[in-house]
Design a binder for this molecule. Structure first.
Ligand code: GUN
Length: 290
C-alpha cells in the first residue's frame, strides 16, 4: 500500500487559524497587535516573492506585516542601524532580514544584531542555545519547527524513534536535530562525509531529507514503514513543463512512497509550514513581551 500523504497545506491552514485566534486574544486582553517587520535588501526576484507572501499571511492572521525594502548597495552600517531602530520599536515583535543578503553584507553580523526576543527566524546564537537546552522561550527556525508540527499532527510517535537527519545546515539540519533530540528521538545526522549512507538511512523510523539534491533519497535507502519528511525544494529542468522546470524534493517521491508509511509531498508538504510557523513565532514574541 502506498504511504499516506502528510498534507502540509492543511496543517499550515490549521496553524494559521490558531495564530489568528491567538492574535485576536492578545489584542482583546492586552491591546497588542503582533507585528512582523521583514527587511529585504536588493531585488532578488525569489526573495521578493517570499517576502510578499509573508506580509500577506500576517495580514490574513490579523497581524501587522510590514516590509522594508532597501537598495542592493545599502551599506552594512545602515542595515544595522535600521535593525537597532526596529529592536527599539515596541510595535515590532518580530524582525526578519531576508537571506541571502548582498555579498558586501556579513549575514552573521546581521543575525547577531537582531534582539534575540525579536528573532522569529531563530537564527541568533541565543535562540540556537535556548532551543538546544529545551528552553521554551527560545525561537526555533521555522522549517524544522514546522516538521515537528507535521509529525505531531500526523500522529507519528517521535519519542524512542530512530530519526535520521540528512543534512547539517544551520537553518534546517542542526536545529532539526536539536528538536528531535528534545522530543526524545535517537538522532543520527548524516552529511557528505557519511560512510555507507544507505545503511544508516535504512535504520530510520523517521527520515528527514534536507540536503538540497533532487530525488537523492531512493527507495532502497528507506526502511519499509518509515516516515519520510522531504524538506528539499529543487528546480529541475523539464521541457514539458510550462515554465521549463518542475519542483521536486530531495526524495524520489514515486518510488519511496511505495516503501514508506507516511510521506510529505513536494510541493504541499513542509513548504507551507514555514510561513505558518513564522506567524506562530511572531505571536509568541508578542505574548512574551515584557
Ligand atoms: N530565505 C529563505 N528562507 C528564509 C528564512 O526562513 N528566513 C530568512 N531570514 N531568509 C530566508
Amino acid at each position: 500500500m502506498p504511504a499516506e500523504l502528510i498534507d502540509g497545506v492543511a496543517v499550515a491552514k490549521e496553524i494559521r487559524a490558531e495564530v489568528a485566534r491567538d492574535a485576536a486574544a492578545l489584542l482583546a486582553s492586552r491591546g497588542i497587535t503582533p507585528g512582523l517587520t521583514v527587511v529585504l535588501v536588493g531585488e532578488d526576484p525569489a526573495s521578493a516573492v517570499y517576502v510578499a507572501s509573508k506580509e500577506k499571511a500576517c495580514k490574513e492572521a490579523g497581524m501587522n506585516g510590514e516590509t522594508i525594502r532597501l537598495a542592493a548597495d545599502t551599506p552594512q552600517a545602515d542595515l544595522l542601524a535600521l535593525i537597532d531602530r526596529l529592536n527599539a520599536d515596541p510595535a515590532v515583535h518580530g524582525i526578519l532580514v531576508q537571506m541571502p543578503v548582498p555579498k558586501h553584507i556579513d549575514p552573521q553580523a546581521v543575525i547577531l544584531r537582531i534582539a534575540p526576543e525579536k528573532d522569529v527566524d531563530g537564527f541568533h546564537p541565543i535562540n540556537v542555545g535556548r532551543v538546544w537546552i529545551g528552553d521554551d522561550t527560545g525561537f526555533a527556525p521555522c522549517t524544522p519547527a514546522g516538521v515537528m508540527v507535521l509529525l505531531e499532527r500526523a500522529g507519528v510517535r517521535v519519542a524512542g524513534a530512530n530519526a535520521v537527519v540528512l543534512g547539517r545546515s544551520t537553518i534546517v539540519g542542526k536545529p532539526m536535530t536539536s528538536l528531535l533530540v528534545n522530543a526524545s528521538a535517537t538522532v543520527t545526522v548524516c552529511h557528505s562525509k557519511t560512510r555507507d549512507l544507505a545503511s544508516v538511512t535504512r535504520g530510520a523510523d523517521i527520515l528527514v531529507a534536507a540536503i538540497g539534491r533532487p530525488e537523492f533519497v531512493t527507495a532502497d535507502m528507506v526502511k519499509p514503514g518509515a516516515v519520510v519528511i522531504d524538506v528539499g525544494i529543487n528546480r529541475v529542468d523539464d521541457p514539458t513543463a510550462k515554465r521549463g522546470y518542475r519542483l521536486c524534493g530531495d526524495v524520489a517521491f514515486a518510488t519511496v512512497r511505495e516503501v514508506a508509511s507516511k510521506i510529505t509531498p513536494v510541493p504541499g508538504g513542509v513548504g507551507p509550514m514555514t510561513i505558518a510557523m513564522l506567524l506562530k513565532n511572531t505571536v509568541r514574541a508578542a505574548e512574551q513581551r515584557a
